[in-house]
Design a protein around this ligand. Structure first.
Ligand SMILES: [Fe+2]
Length: 321
């Protein structure tokens, strides 16, 4: 194994892929057994911050494995070693604050597949980094697969160049319907009061506007949230000019409570969305969580999701600007 003379040596993991000549994820182990303790890890990260940041840009995902990180406190120390600014989570996932910058990743039922997404893709300010820590690895399932986003764009352009260009040109419009918490006829999702942190409609509208959303109130007390026009793909600085599939079309298209159309209202053909879903799955990178793993994801370059899992599973998260 290559020793990097920085307290780390490069390893391998199950499911790893080589994308454009780079390992994804890049796996880092302690160079020597006596460097596996938390203090050594934090010191090595602090001393090699720029090196690590460049690697995260180059490889899009970096997995620290084999270090003695045991809990939220330890994970928080690793996160804080870099001095990256925190960004507050806004979105549909139920999360619980654990310690300082550390939250539960998602408390939705473990039996559900959380579909691939760029974190907070619909919000104006989204994190550039998502950092995950595995405190309790699931006995079966529960992987956090991730997908090089530019590969999805490339393959969609190969198969549906006209559709991609049309959607890109017109832009996307999304809608999402949230019920009121006072509506007891359905169990699905959080009420808008929870989502926007207020029971006051005017205040909710104000907060939605700040997030770039319009609202339409429904007769049953719920609300339809509309966003758009939004881009289909985006190119971010420092990422080789790659065109990222920075949207949530597959996740929201044609669902009971959500939709994704072109911004002029025209439909995106269902078969295009279906094929895109297959491509995302084909391009995904699957790895198995081990206890103490810390996974750094470049949120501008990767989609990520969560496979259904058997309990117990405890994965914590921190997000950075
Ligand atoms: Fe996520």
């Amino acid at each position: 194994m290559e020793v990097l003379n920085k307290g780390f040596k490069v390893g391998e993991c199950e499911g790893q892929k080589t994308i454009d000549g780079e390992q994804m994820p890049q796996v880092l182990h302690p160079a020597q057994a006596e460097q596996r303790d938390l203090g050594s890890l934090v010191a090595a990260l602090k001393a090699n911050k720029e090196w690590f940041e460049e690697m995260l840009l180059k490889n899009s995902a970096v997995l620290l494995r084999g270090f003695d990180v045991r809990d939220a406190e330890g994970f928080n120390e690793v996160v804080e070693a870099f001095g990256w600014d925190d960004i507050r989570y806004v979105g549909p996932a139920p999360r619980t604050h654990i310690h300082k910058r550390v939250w539960t990743a998602n408390e939705g039922p473990l039996s559900e597949f959380i579909y691939y997404h760029h974190e907070m893709v619909l919000i104006k300010e989204f994190p550039t980094k998502v950092i995950l820590f595995c405190e309790v690895p699931p006995p079966e399932g529960g992987q956090t697969p991730f997908v090089p986003s530019f590969r999805v764009t490339e393959r969609m352009l190969e198969e549906y160049p006209k559709n991609v260009e049309e959607i890109e040109q017109k832009g996307l419009r999304y809608s999402f319907t949230a019920l009121s918490k006072n509506d007891t006829s359905s169990m699905r999702g959080r009420g808008w009061e929870d989502a926007f942190g207020t029971s006051d409609r005017i205040e909710a509208e104000k907060r939605a506007k700040a997030l770039g959303m319009d609202m339409e109130w429904l007769p049953n007390g719920g609300v339809k949230t509309i966003l758009g026009p939004r881009p289909l793909t985006r190119v971010f600085p420092g990422r080789k000019g790659r065109r990222m599939w920075f949207n949530t079309v597959v996740g929201m298209h044609g669902k009971e409570i959500s939709s994704a159309t072109m911004a002029d209202g025209s439909e995106i053909p269902a078969e295009v969305v279906k094929r895109c879903e297959e491509i995302i799955e084909e391009e995904s990178i699957q790895f198995k969580w081990e206890k103490g793993d810390i996974l750094f994801l470049d949120n501008l370059a990767l989609l990520h999701g969560r496979r259904p899992s058997l309990p117990p599973r405890k994965v914590l998260v921190a997000t950075c600007k």
